[in-house]
Design a protein. Sequence first.
Length: 231
Amino acid sequence: MTLQFFPPDDQWPSDGLIAVGGDLSPALLLDAYRHGIFPWPSDEEGPLPWFSPDPRAILPLDGFRISRRLRRTLRSRKFEVTSDQTFEAVLAGCAKGTGREGGTWITDEMQTAYAAMHRLEHTHCVETWHDGKLAGGIYGIAIGGLFSAESMFYRVRDASKVALAHLVRHLNQRGYTMLDIQQWTPHTGRLGAIEITRDDYLSRVATAIELPVTFGAISGNEWPEDSIANL
């Protein structure tokens, strides 16, 4: 698929900074994600930078690792799990989550743009609830069989990991083939994340986005034993 707003990938630098400028309109965002590019502002000021790192991190949908602690939590039905019930609250939670008290790349402009994308059914979230209150969640962009996870947060221990586990299970059930997490960290590595070359990533994205897949809905806190063993 031809890029509309960005330079061709054979002109992309190795440092991952693809372009600077533009806006966060749905057309520009969709063109970016369909080609493995995402916005990553450092603050509210200045032109908007767009990145496609090399290497690129993904979480293989057949490679998610469930720790013993998370396994117990999933079995306990401690959390209620839903999707797309309170997208903007999940966005705000991610922007102000643990570790982001001093600043966040999820600026007010980013929140406005991704909320608009949600109204167009391009972005989705998974929420976890505890005692009737939002305890954590994860959100991202879905295009065909690609889900590009943007961020997650928690207010109760393990709430974000439960959201991620349900997201992975849901994506498998719906026929998705890729879960993009952009960059590898030791934390995501413990969950099963791997790095692949940008060329490999772009090839996989080109195939994934053509799949006739829709996100659907998650509801409940059930976690069948076979799902724990065969995620």
